[in-house]
Design a protein around this ligand. Structure first.
Ligand SMILES: [Ca+2]
Ligand SMILES: [Ca+2]
Ligand SMILES: [Ca+2]
Ligand SMILES: [Ca+2]
Length: 274
């Protein structure tokens, strides 16, 4: 009887210790879970066991990096560089390239075009020059708002004059709505992005609608220096969303395309982002 009592007491003690440990780690488990980020870089690089190329997409989730199966390596010619990224559906992506290139299923794709990829085939989703972009510009950042009618935000690599908007700079974000045309979404210089800076990637957070953007070179925003691989959130002021070097990315890389896959696995009201 005493032996049984001791066993029960011991088990009770062990369970109590486990319970306390779980309580201690629960907040870390909840609030340490960041967003899942899908991105591409301007360069091939090494990171632990993976070797992403500039035409690959990298998935970041809970501190781990992996080459994304949403755009399997080998689908695109090795000489191309993905420079803009959006989501069209659960497994369907929108991308743009940094130079004109021949892509299977399309033929010649211009660097101002948006291509869709459904896991099997590429199609020309949006012909930039046919919609009014000057053919010499490069569409260098993208976020899809709606698939039908087509409604998306984008940025350009060069300053250009667009129909209905006039002069836009490479740090601006422009909206295109099918059947309506172009309009200014974010006037970069008016919100404090230095005119010499180029927004080369951005996404829009699903829960807050805030911009998450990246610059083409290191520069100051709101008095803080950001690297070209950092992701910066904007909600009227700028603050760090994803610190590239703190998360282990090599200093020499530049993130040139980004999309947020999901905010977190926990309800949005439990998230502390800043
Ligand atoms: Ca790239
Ligand atoms: Ca492009
Ligand atoms: Ca740009
Ligand atoms: Ca960048």
């Amino acid at each position: 009887m005493d032996i049984n009592k001791n066993v029960v007491q011991s088990l009770s003690n062990i369970l109590s210790v486990i319970f306390v440990i779980c309580l201690l780690f629960l907040p870390i488990g909840i609030f340490g879970q960041g967003p899942d980020i899908l991105f591409s870089t301007d360069e091939d690089f090494f990171l632990l066991t993976i070797q992403p190329k500039d035409e690959n997409l990298v998935e970041y989730s809970a501190g781990d990096f992996a080459i994304s199966s949403l755009l399997p390596p080998g689908c695109l010619p090795p000489e191309v560089n993905v420079d803009a990224l959006g989501k069209l559906g659960l497994n369907e992506l929108a991308i743009s390239l940094d130079e004109d290139a021949v892509v299977g299923g399309i033929g010649l794709a211009a660097n101002e075009d948006i291509l869709s990829f459904n896991g099997f085939n590429f199609t020309l989703w949006w012909d930039g020059s046919a919609a009014g972009l000057p053919p010499e510009v490069n569409l260098d950042a993208l976020h899809i708002n709606s698939v039908s009618p087509k409604n998306f935000d984008f940025s350009l690599k060069e300053d250009a004059v667009l129909p209905g908007v006039g002069l836009v700079a490479d740090e601006d974000v422009i909206r295109y709505v099918e059947g309506i045309g172009f309009s200014m979404t974010l006037d970069g210089s008016s919100v404090g992005i230095p005119p010499e800076a180029d927004v080369d990637a951005f996404a829009i957070l699903p829960n807050t609608g805030n911009f998450v953007l990246s610059l083409e070179g290191a520069n100051f925003l709101g008095g803080n220096l950001y690297d070209d691989a950092d992701l910066i959130e904007y909600n009227g002021s700028f603050f760090m969303f994803f610190d590239a070097s703190l998360n282990g990315l090599p200093e020499e890389i530049n993130i040139n395309a980004v999309e947020i896959l999901s905010q977190t696995e926990v309800p949005f009201w439990m998230i502390i982002t800043h």
